[in-house]
Ligand binder design. Sequence first.
Ligand SMILES: [Zn+2]
Length: 287
Amino acid sequence: MSCPLCNSHRSKASWLGATIYREKRYDYRDCMDCGSIYLSVMPDEKVLTQMYGVEYQEFLSIESSHSGSSGIHDVIEHLSSLPHGLFIDYACGAGALLKEVANIGWEVIGIEFNSETAAKFGREQGLSIVCVADAVRLANKADVIHLGDVIEHLTDVNQQFPNILSLLKKGGTMIAQGPLEANRNFFHTVVKFVRRLRSNAVSSMAPYHVSLATSKGQLCFFERFGLREIEFRVFETAHPAPGSIVLKDFYYPRMVLLFFLRKFSQFVTSRFNNGRGNRYFYVGIKS
Ligand SMILES: [Zn+2]
């Protein structure tokens, strides 16, 4: 299997080890060209259906906490520099971003993977939300497409990403944001060191993120699908460390340790501006 980010076939067993989900083992591979990490075997349709069931609601509430309101703010700020048109949020969830974008005068449509989820959110929020299968009619219609924390979930990028891009007009704007979980900032280096001390690093986390990107891999990804870069900003957020701590948290030394480790890592990243944060904000044009 090739690297989902840069498409290279050169890889080796990863320091991240493996994860076992519902009795199936998923080994991680390190890309020898861009340094990103990915699953050697992708979850199949059956596993995806199980994974994105009830358990996923819990995962989403954790995940939304790391892009949060700043993610929405950055999108709104960029849109305010463009003429109004059709904005599509791919994997829009309950439509928090769609509402904000509609408020500044854009036509908005959301896309969700599951038809029942799309119908439910659309009805509840009074928004136009369609499922992936019905999105074909939107081909070449979007002026802007937004992908927030989506790419790391795609199990067949070489098939799925061109389909997403086909919704965008020629010259249209792709806005994407998400994690850079394989970037080598200070926090990452310490976590990697600790993980290596364990001889058999196997976790039991559901493999929601099938690829963990570096900045290099993520940029290569957008480039290889023909997007022309306008902006690529990397920064470091607290996740998976807590964003703040209060006095009672000192009963949980691991949490306190992670908090201070991240604070120090953020200081190092900002001080030396080495582009090794753990999230990115990207804007590109479809040529
Ligand atoms: Zn790669």
